[in-house]
Write a protein that binds this ligand. Structure first.
Ligand code: ADP
Ligand code: MG
Length: 293
């Protein structure tokens, strides 16, 4: 009897505490549902349409603002990159370069104009084709709270370990990983918090190498590196992109000699475009950015 009474108290003892948390839990649930149930900003057509047959990228009169009534971040941006060519998007911080990349992967849609991949409006391309077509190294890449191995496998679930090491070597990260006590099984932490920003970006780069997509979007992949490392890394990465369409976003003109074309962006507008050599001869604005001429 005594034990039964004691046991009965044990059963109800947590209830007051649970009641205290009820409000908080309800509120958390409400916020979660608000996100889950809100209509997505970007709607993809159903799967079924074929993938693009070519890998050229074109922006046609693209305009964009984050809040619809907000100030325009991009205005009438037009350029094209033929399949297999390399384009540098150059411009000061805040010019709208990352935004341009976000539109290419359809985080948002342009407010005016259109973006084409292989001649097809992105809005007519099923999500699976878009994701497979473009390898992205974002300026703030997202890493999952998992091991280095698992973060790499996201790009290529069946890649054997040798391929993971090749990709890490390409991103100049192999020595670092080899030196870790747990190697590939090292945990990177929430959002990659246990490794440095530069290492996170290079891990994202290794992931792009593994993905082997026909189009590459690199947003300041060498930010924070010294000049010598930056030059070496860019050369190595660009060597891997042979035959692929590359958009390299940068505010530093290090690798321009290796690019086929340059678009200079200022305040969301294209102010110059052409071959790097030609621009260097022609414009003072470009000369100011590259620090030569
Ligand atoms: N998510 C966002 N919401 C609202 N404004 C943004 C957002 N991201 C960027 N911006 C604004 O858009 C402009 C261009 O930013 P961004 O594309 O990041 O430029 P860049 O990459 O050239 O430095 C900046 O004025 C920036 O403050
Ligand atoms: Mg940026």
């Amino acid at each position: 009897m005594t034990l039964a009474v004691l046991a009965a108290f044990e059963a109800v003892a947590p209830l007051p505490a649970a009641f205290q948390y009820l409000g908080r839990t309800r509120e958390a649930g409400r916020r979660l549902l608000e996100v889950v149930e809100s209509p997505p900003a970007v709607v993809f057509p159903p799967d079924g349409a074929p993938p693009p047959a070519r890998w050229d990228v074109a922006f046609e009169g693209v305009g964009f603002a984050y809040p619809p009534q907000g100030p325009p971040v991009l205005t009438d941006v037009s350029f094209s990159v033929p399949q297999g060519a390399r384009l540098a998007v150059l411009g000061p911080t805040g010019a709208g370069k990352s935004t341009l990349g976000h539109l290419l992967v359809r985080f948002w849609d342009p407010s005016t104009g259109c973006i084409r991949l292989g001649g097809r409006d992105l809005r007519h391309l099923p999500e699976v084709h878009l994701r497979r077509s473009i390898a992205v190294v974002a300026q703030q890449p997202h890493l999952f709270n998992a091991s280095i191995r698992e973060n790499l496998h996201l790009a290529a679930p069946d890649a054997p370990e040798a391929h993971l090491w090749e990709a890490l070597a390409a991103a100049e990260l192999a020595d670092f990983v080899r030196g870790l006590p747990w190697g590939l099984d090292t945990w990177v932490g929430e959002g990659g918090g246990l490794i440095s920003g530069g290492q996170a970006r290079r891990l994202a780069l290794a992931r792009a190498v593994l993905q082997a997509a026909p189009v590459w979007l690199l947003d300041e992949p060498t930010e924070g590196l010294d000049r010598a490392t930056e030059t070496r890394l860019l050369e190595r990465v660009l060597g891997l992109t042979q035959g692929r369409t590359v958009l390299l976003i940068t505010h530093r003109p290090t690798a321009l000699a290796k690019m086929d074309a340059v678009v200079v962006l200022e305040n969301g507008r294209v102010v110059e475009q052409g071959a790097p050599g030609e621009l260097a001869r022609r414009t003072s604005r470009f000369a100011a950015l590259t620090g030569c001429g």
